[in-house]
Design a protein around this ligand. Structure first.
Ligand code: NOJ
Length: 740
């Protein structure tokens, strides 16, 4: 028998006994009635009739709580067994209170804050009837061409695992019957972030050693944190699409990791196995069920073929029952059998959604997600009485504040940068001009604007726009240019082969610099960009991602110094596209390039580019400066199972109070599988008053020394380990110890 959930709940078991095969198959069917954002070419039809017929286990993307109530009425009043529906949604970075995009949130390195954003998202979403969230997205991404890098926590498995845990526990709390919590869904299982060429939905091919060490840890962390559901990804793994991959969904997820929730497909990913070349709908549906898929999103392959497959002996009743049990247990966990309307309470939306307190957390989260990339002549922070030219296509662009995949948020609630400046610095003189379009290419704009206008091409010519900006720039003391990507230039099906700032904005930036006035770039994007040219100009750069509903206020808080930036990059910023994939834990190779980065023949380097990135993982400045010294280690030799404590003295040597993310990297010098050059294995975010010194201690647990060897055993091998501590992944303070 295949490995299955061994959880047995009497109420669920007695229900299963009463169910016909059709009713069981009905529970495996997840539909979307439309009205939300359809992320595939199919939208469900005749949803009401299917609910009444007992052919639906859950719905997602339902437009309102009233509609959810109507649907639940159909399920519990008009079907034979009155089984309530699940209501799912994509609440990716906040519900109505939109937080920064996940890549931005991860840049805060603040797990309590990330958990808090998930708690608020759960409270708001459940107030509107949603009880199942298609988040967290924990796919490791090392290719910034891939638009969905915006939706995850970046390149690193250690940080990614911490974020996965924070989000799952934030959404689910300790008790899923609590009306303010919802089922989380870890996605996209698995390796979706490693699509070839950074092209969405593309194939993935990877060794098991690499996947276990680098890509799988965040999914496992979500399972360890008790995630109630998982979503299979679009891509194939070892040649078998995830949705029909038994090794993935059963051997790994259930048997090895002990997952006891339910697995849902991605949007029509079951049917897409036909295009992948795995057979017709009946064949791929049987394959998916046998692999361990429990619920079919939108495609209705289960609904339309499983009974036939049962009759033909291609699947067993037990397999259908097992999948059905997994779905029913989730409903039981939510308390839906006790009260199907548990999450439908008309008194809640008004008091729980988009409250002042929630917006305050959104503002705080946005401030902490920003990364100061450069502060030329310490121009930042600005005085609140300055005479400022605020320019750029994103300075007053409400449609671009929330970020990609915020379908439950409302664009009109986003505070623009112009509004934020006026709110935070009412005494400043602020002259605004657009300066340029986001880009001028109409075809590209059309591709980006699928969900509505994000790139708006002005009637004025590029020259006119530029001249307006230069005119006000010349009258001002300082120029703040809000530039970068529109929100939908990242996200699903938004891969790019060029990840630089669009040409028309580059021109604007150069012309602004040519005025000789100090220039601050407020850079928005859903991914790392290639900005070597802009970085080398005499400008300051504050990276703000897409900051969410409080965008403008949070940007102003940082620009005017009410908050001292503390974010650090969670994905490496390449110098050029040709360096991709590039990440901090790359292997050393047998022919390492010289430290000087001068080209050498027969070494692992490029003729025309350095190996090092423009900005390393973990990088980010502050208005103050921090000095690291006095690294200590409590043991020089350890035995298996022992921990090691590493401490450093950290001093705030600048003129502002501030926070620093102290990072610990580990290099396993000798082992049976080629090690990464270094890997993040610990971090602490610490606040220091100006002039203050603190000792910061990070403990390396026995687990932190382990890796998956060629047999996929999780082991620590004897030998030397080097530890590096500092403020980014190039940290140089070092000590070593030996595992005996
Ligand atoms: C497709 C996306 O890949 C997934 O992340 C999302 O949850 C589903 N569509 C449902 O909207």
């Amino acid at each position: 028998m295949m490995a299955q959930n061994d959880e047995r709940i009497p109420e669920v078991e007695s229900l299963l006994e009463k169910m016909t095969i059709d009713e069981k198959i009905g529970q495996l069917n997840l539909l979307t009635p439309g009205g939300g954002v359809a992320t595939g070419s199919v939208v469900s039809k005749n949803v009401e009739a299917k609910i009444k017929a007992g052919n639906v286990g859950g719905l997602f993307g339902v437009a309102s709580p009233e509609k959810m109530k109507m649907a639940q009425d159909l399920a519990v009043k008009e079907t034979r067994l009155q089984i309530p529906l699940l209501f799912g949604s994509d609440v990716i970075h906040g519900y109505k209170t939109t937080f920064p995009i996940p890549l931005g949130l991860s840049s805060s390195w603040d797990m309590e804050l990330i958990k808090k954003t998930a708690q608020i998202a759960a409270k708001e979403a459940t107030a509107d009837g949603i009880n199942w969230n298609f988040s967290p997205m924990v796919d490791i991404a090392r290719d910034p061409r891939w638009g969905r890098i915006a939706e995850g926590a970046g390149e690193d498995p250690y940080l990614g695992s911490a974020v996965a845990k924070a989000m799952v526990t934030g959404y689910q709390g300790d008790d899923l019957t609590d009306k303010e919590t919802m089922l989380a869904c870890v996605k996209h299982l698995a390796l979706y972030g490693a699509v070839e060429g950074g092209r969405d939905y593309n194939s993935v091919d990877m060794s098991k050693v690499k996947m276990f060490n680098q890509y799988l840890p965040p999914y496992k962390a979500a399972v360890d944190a008790g995630v109630a559901s998982a979503m299979s990804s679009f891509n194939d793994i070892d040649g078998v699409p995830a949705t029909g991959n038994k090794w993935l969904l059963t051997d790994l997820l259930r048997e090895r990791w002990g997952f006891n929730g339910f697995v849902v497909s991605d949007y029509t990913s079951l049917n897409e196995m036909i295009a992948h070349g795995l057979g017709d709908l009946q064949a791929v549906s049987a394959l998916a069920l046998k692999a361990g898929l429990d619920m079919d999103m939108v495609g209705e392959g289960f609904l339309s073929t499983l009974k036939k497959s049962l009759e033909e002996g291609k699947v067993t009743e037990e397999e259908i029952t097992n999948a059905c049990r997994n779905v029913l247990i989730a409903k039981h966990k939510l308390g839906l059998f006790d009260d199907p309307y548990r999450y439908i309470d008309s008194s809640r939306p008004k008091k729980d959604i988009l409250t002042k307190e929630n917006r305050e957390v959104a503002r705080k989260a946005a401030q902490r997600s920003f990364v100061l990339l450069k502060n030329e002549n310490n121009v930042l922070p600005l005085e609140k009485t300055s005479n400022i030219a605020l320019v750029g296509p994103l300075a007053d662009s409400r449609n671009n504040m929330l970020g990609t995949w915020a379908p439950t948020g409302d664009l009109k609630n986003g505070i623009t940068i112009l509004e934020g400046f006026k709110n935070v610095a009412p005494k400043a003189t602020i002259n605004y001009a657009k300066g340029s379009n986001i880009l001028n290419d109409k075809t590209l704009a059309k591709n980006i604007n699928v969900f509505g206008p994000r790139v708006e091409i002005s009637k004025e010519s590029p020259e006119e726009l530029l001249n307006e900006a230069l005119t006000i720039a010349k009258k001002s003391e300082v120029i703040v240019a809000v530039v970068g990507e529109a929100t939908e230039m990242s996200g699903e099906a938004a891969s790019r082969t060029e990840i630089s700032i669009p040409d028309t904005q580059k021109k604007l930036i150069k012309e602004l610099v040519a005025t000789g006035k100090p220039v601050v770039l407020v850079l928005m994007s859903g991914r790392p960009l290639t900005i070597p040219e802009e970085f080398n100009l005499p400008v300051s750069i504050l990276q703000v991602w897409h900051p969410g509903v409080e965008a403008g206020n949070a940007v102003a808080d940082v620009v005017f110094g009410d908050y001292n930036p503390s974010g650090k990059l969670t994905a490496t910023w390449p110098r050029s596209i040709g360096q991709i994939p590039i990440y901090h834990s790359m292997k050393i190779t047998g022919r390492p390039a010289p430290a000087s980065e001068e080209f050498q023949k027969f070494k692992s380097n490029y003729l025309d580019e350095k190996n090092s990135p423009l900005l390393p993982f973990g990088y980010g400045l502050s208005y103050t400066t921090f000095e690291y010294s006095d690294i200590k280690i409590n043991k020089e030799t350890i035995q298996q199972g022992e921990s090691v404590e590493v401490s450093v003295a950290l001093k705030n040597t600048g003129a502002y109070d501030g926070e620093e993310v102290v990072q610990l990297y580990l290099r396993d010098v000798v082992r049976s599988v080629t090690p990464p050059s270094r890997q993040l294995k610990g971090f602490k975010k610490v606040f220091l008053k100006k002039g203050e010194t603190k000792t910061v201690t990070i403990t390396l647990s026995p687990e932190d020394l382990k890796f998956y060897n060629s047999e996929l055993e999780f082991v620590a091998e004897p030998g030397k380990f080097e530890v590096f501590v500092g403020g980014n992944s190039n940290a140089t303070l070092t000590k070593s110890f030996v595992l005996e």
